[in-house]
Design a protein around this ligand. Structure first.
Ligand SMILES: Cc1ncc(COP(=O)(O)O)c(C=O)c1O
Ligand SMILES: N[C@@H](CCOP(=O)(O)O)C(=O)O
Length: 527
């Protein structure tokens, strides 16, 4: 009785895509439990009170969503989907590979690793099948598919049990139509900002961290030697690591460059109970130290050197395609620092192409602060020998990185997507941030770097007015209020702060207030 109630009630879950699911009988064969909760309607009752009673009792009152998923056995093991670590960009003849249950960050030769999926198993299902499946999971609270990352579980960590997943239902972030910014500053009508920073800990790092901490949770249950999880950070990775570890009850350790991250970012791991080390060096120094430490102690490395992270981050690319109804934008612009994310985007787009969801991938642009621009210099040299640099201070503090661990991944992504690298000076990135904010956004300086790159590429005619363009916004503007205060109070040496909106100090009397308001309204009146 309870089960049939559940099936009937689920049919009222108003899945906007249930029609497309019904058109594809193969999904019913392979994911019966999923389909039963999305399209098994047998009721045409118009009695809405009956429907709402049924909705209320979708699962027994003493059962939570994780238990519900367990009972329905949403496992995908039976379909033979799997993934393993292989050396990044390995020669096709290479047989080196590692189980994802091993603790390994580098290949035998010391190179990067990549997570390789069994594409033959995934290809047994066509593009329409995957589109329908992913679409059917958006906007639900079904464990774990309510997450934008885990809604693509088969392409992320196919073998992990739902019980081991640590998720804050991250992802599914707003793809914002930047109507006024596009029109006013660029003459563009199809400009979008993917707000990855409007998320659980305020940056895109949540997408990768849910995957990494879930896998750690699994490893610990398997009694693998993982006492804690650690990272070096410019502020966002540490915030995400702290939150997901706190949620899982796993100790986290973060190495932060002293006095180089915002107060908002510093307080995040403190509040979430991380063991916080403030170290007198820059991010590259912290990164070096965490690599050495994780080689000695039972601390699992959570930086994007660990390719697990990128499996989660790549879902932002898939989500962009999904939000455009599986149409491919012309350009995607991503701010780059340690350079994992640009590769994650490439990988997400490429998987969609290889599995038949789309027929091409967008051109990628990686945007760097001119004060921390090793990739830009490498690009300008025609990809000659890469040279790490000493990164200078930048308002885009989360990308103040001179020796990015994922340099090879980034070069690969850019070369294979006909990509471009641009840079932005401090004045350019701060102006772009202020301009965007003046049109109703509230972005971080890193997004300012990406918007500056867009402005340059529009001005040079590389990006056309009607090109569909997505700028990836990587963190929440509220993490970087001090830089906005400095800008708007014109307190930045050698910067004109052309778009500053300085508060007016006014005496507390009616006449003074009237005077300033009259002047203001006259300046705004239509000419
Ligand atoms: C807010 C923000 N934007 C962009 C980046 C760059 O991402 P990646 O290091 O993957 O290049 C980072 C971190 O490095 C970040 O924290
Ligand atoms: N911006 C990052 C720098 C580290 O990048 P990761 O992706 O390798 O963890 C941060 O927020 O720490």
């Amino acid at each position: 009785m309870a089960a049939s109630l559940m099936l009937r009630t689920s049919s009222f879950s108003l899945n906007p895509n249930s029609k497309s699911i019904r058109r594809n009988p193969r999904i019913h064969d392979h994911f019966p439990s999923i389909i039963s909760s999305s399209s098994s309607s047998s009721s045409s009752s118009s009695d809405s009170s009956h429907k709402s009673t049924l909705l209320k009792h979708r699962r027994p009152a003493d059962e939570n969503i994780r238990e519900e998923a367990r009972r329905q056995n949403y496992s995908t093991h039976q379909h033979g989907f799997s993934a393993k670590y292989v050396p990044f960009n390995a020669d096709p003849s290479s047989t080196e590979s590692y189980s994802l249950d091993e603790i390994v960050y580098r290949s035998r030769s010391g190179g990067l690793l990549d997570v390789q999926h069994d594409m033959d198993a995934l290809k047994k299902f066509d593009g329409q099948y995957w589109k329908s499946l992913f679409d059917s999971r958006v906007g639900k609270t079904t464990w774990p598919y309510g997450s934008g990352v885990w809604s693509k579980k088969e392409w992320v960590l196919p073998e992990i049990d739902g019980d081991d997943i640590i998720s804050a239902f991250e992802g599914n972030s707003n793809l914002f139509w930047a109507e006024r910014f596009g029109k006013q500053f660029l003459g563009m009508n199809d400009l979008w900002v993917k707000h990855c920073g409007i998320s659980h800990t305020g940056s895109f790092k949540d997408l990768g961290m849910t995957v990494l901490v879930s896998q750690v949770n699994r490893l610990r249950k398997m009694n693998r030697p993982v006492v804690g999880v650690g990272c070096a950070s410019t502020g966002d990775t540490s915030a995400a690591l702290a939150a997901y570890c706190a949620s899982a009850g796993i100790p986290s350790i973060v190495f932060l460059p002293a006095n180089r991250i915002s107060i908002a970012q510093l307080v995040q791991p403190i509040a979430n109970g991380s063991f916080v080390l403030s170290i007198d060096t820059d991010f590259d120094g912290c990164m070096q130290l965490i690599r050495e430490v994780t080689a000695e102690l039972p601390i699992y490395l959570a930086n994007s050197l660990n390719s697990l992270r990128l499996e989660g981050q790549k879902t932002a690319a898939i989500e962009i395609l999904q939000q455009f109804d599986w149409e491919v934008p012309d350009w995607v612009i991503v701010p780059g620092g340690n350079l994992g994310n640009i590769y994650a985007f490439y990988k997400g787009f490429l998987m969609c192409k290889e599995l038949g969801l789309v027929d091409r991938i967008p051109r990628l642009v990686c945007a760097q602060a001119a004060n921390a621009n090793p990739l830009y210099l490498h690009y300008k040299s025609g990809w000659a020998e890469f040279k790490a640099i000493k990164a200078n201070t930048t308002f885009a503090s989360a990308i103040q990185i001179g020796d990015p661990v994922s340099i090879d991944r980034a070069v690969f992504a850019l070369r294979n997507s006909n990509g471009i690298v641009e840079e932005a000076t401090e004045e350019e990135l701060m102006d772009a941030m202020a301009q965007a904010d003046s049109t109703g956004m509230f972005i971080c300086p890193h997004t300012g770097v990406a918007l500056s790159a867009l402005i340059k590429l529009r001005n040079s005619g590389v990006i056309k007015p009607t090109d569909r363009t997505v700028v990836v916004s990587t963190a929440h503007g509220l993490k970087f209020t001090q830089s906005k205060i400095d800008y708007h109070s014109k307190a930045i040496p050698d910067m004109a702060c052309r778009f500053a909106n300085t508060p007016v100090h006014v005496k507390a009397d009616f006449g003074s207030v009237m005077d300033v308001l009259t002047k203001y309204l006259l300046s705004k009146a239509p000419k």
